[in-house]
Design a protein around this ligand. Structure first.
Ligand code: RP5
Length: 169
């Protein structure tokens, strides 16, 4: 049964939101993925949020651009934690979505990641699930160890090759 719901306001968000799906797959976390707009499909959006707990979801990642109300609307209709991903789109390039999502009024929180930060949204979801899952905790430790190793390798290479050769390579 999927533990994470990834939902987005439009298929135009998919190129960004697919990163969340990739991270969840990498950690072996089952997810469902949905396109459902809060303003174009308001009733379906409420149905999605209202049924989320019964469907077995434990956390929701919601991405939207523009006047991005989808994460807040979903958070208002479920007790599950909602992680909002502001999508870069339109004249304001995601700053509109960032402000809309991060500035949720008191009472209904939405955890907000960076503009287009769907990978971090998925990592945060994995961390939430890892609270009660030792195997996921170990997988997160390994993931961080690999990241650290990659930085150390880059540093070693830079100091072996020098700036010019590093940049050319
Ligand atoms: C939002 O409006 C969506 O989340 C999307 O980021 C943006 C544009 O949607 P489309 O017009 O591309 O469908 O609801």
């Amino acid at each position: 049964m999927p533990k994470v719901g990834i939902i987005m306001g439009s298929d135009s968000d998919l190129a960004i939101m697919k990163d969340a799906a990739e991270i969840l797959s990498q950690f072996g976390v089952d997810y469902e993925i949905t396109i459902c707009s809060a303003h174009r499909l308001p009733e379906e959006t409420f149905r999605y949020a209202n049924s989320a707990i019964d469907r077995g979801l434990e956390v929701i990642i919601a991405g939207a651009g523009g006047a991005a109300h989808l994460p807040g609307v979903i958070a208002a209709s479920t007790l599950l934690p909602v992680i909002g991903v502001p999508i870069q789109s339109g004249a304001l390039a995601g700053v509109d979505a960032l402000y809309a999502i991060v500035q949720m009024p008191r009472g209904i929180p939405v955890a907000t990641v960076a503009i287009n930060g769907s990978a971090n949204a998925a990592l945060l979801a994995v961390q939430m699930l890892a609270m009660e899952n030792a195997a996921l905790r170990q997988a997160l430790q390994d993931y961080r160890r690999e990241m650290a190793k990659a930085v150390l390798n880059k540093d070693r290479k830079l100091n072996q090759l020098g700036i010019k050769a590093y940049l050319e390579g």
